[in-house]
Design a binder for this molecule. Structure first.
Ligand code: HEM
Length: 261
């Protein structure tokens, strides 16, 4: 089961062309949703306004080489190690979720496009990455959902209280959970496999189709904000400007933002 390509098995009932078209549509939805988010929330306008502001009030001007170094540092520290999280448990949960998600979606795309049918044997590492990625999303995501997130851990709310801000984490967890259960049931030849395939497709479509209304696009905004913060530190102007009043949050969250993650 862990070394067999679940999408190649699925090609017996759904043509690879349909699976590949679905993946392409999901990529387009994420790109269009993120662009809509940027325009609708004015995130790019806010980002460049802040950059211009910090540049005009900077005590040191940074050259291209320094900016490139700051971009590399942001990538290596804030992005790859989730360094913005001061809380160790939250940081580990985020690293599990983030790397799990990346392994899960990259392995899916390679298997659907590179090895669409059993005719082309799939290298075992790909289904293994897919299973490990899905399990890491579940481990980090359920840990965060039931034990770490602010409104449960700090405010004592029940984990079953759901607000719109939970759209991203819940659709991510539903997609990974239903996907793993579908692959397990398909491998066992269970008649329940198609029901979970349906749940898997619904959850995955919500995950990638709801970008303008969920926290999905934070994975693009947060690195930009971290980079901007590094620039403001390096050029001597430390911007603590609050986000624009009419758009209090960078993504459509109703949940209160912790000052420190
Ligand atoms: C690439 C895939 C990524 C995934 C799957 C992911 C997943 C998540 C999840 C599930 C949350 C909790 C959302 C919630 O509060 O409901 C979150 C929050 C957060 N993520 Fe990510 N993330 C990713 C990338 C990134 C990147 C690249 C950064 C920064 C450089 C980042 C920084 C953060 C921060 C600071 C929060 C806390 C936001 C808050 O509480 O408002 N994430 N992420």
């Amino acid at each position: 089961m862990f070394t067999s390509n679940p999408f190649a098995e699925l090609s017996a009932s759904i043509s690879p062309a349909i699976m590949q078209t679905y993946v392409v549509v999901m990529i387009i939805l994420v790109a269009a949703g993120t662009l809509f988010d940027i325009v609708h929330k004015g995130s790019a306008k806010y980002f460049f306004e802040n950059w211009r502001n910090s540049k005009s009030k900077a005590s040191r001007q940074l050259g291209g080489g320094q900016l490139a170094l700051l971009a590399i540092q942001t990538g290596l520290v804030e992005v790859l190690t989730s360094a913005e999280f001061c809380n160790a448990r939250r940081r580990i949960a985020h690293l599990l979720t983030m790397y799990g998600f990346l392994a899960y979606v990259i392995a899916t795309a390679i298997m659907v496009f590179g090895y669409p049918t059993p005719a082309t044997p799939t290298p075992a590492i790909l289904p293994q990455l897919w299973w490990i990625g899905g399990l890491m999303v579940c481990l980090g995501g359920y840990w965060f959902w039931f034990f770490i997130r602010v409104d449960v851990a700090a405010e004592g709310n029940t984990p079953f209280r759901i607000v719109r801000a939970d759209l991203f984490i819940l659709s991510l967890l539903a997609s990974a959970t239903a996907g793993l259960i579908w692959a397990y049931l398909q491998a066992r030849g269970s008649s329940w496999a198609s029901a979970f395939l349906g749940l898997y497709l619904i959850a995955t479509t919500v995950l990638f189709g709801s970008v303008p209304w969920s926290k999905f696009s934070h994975m693009f905004f947060k690195p930009a904000a971290a980079f901007e913060k590094r620039i403001s530190n390096a050029n001597g102007f430390r911007s603590n400007l609050p986000p624009p009043a009419d758009k209090p949050e960078q993504f459509g969250s109703a949940r209160r933002q912790p000052r420190h993650y």
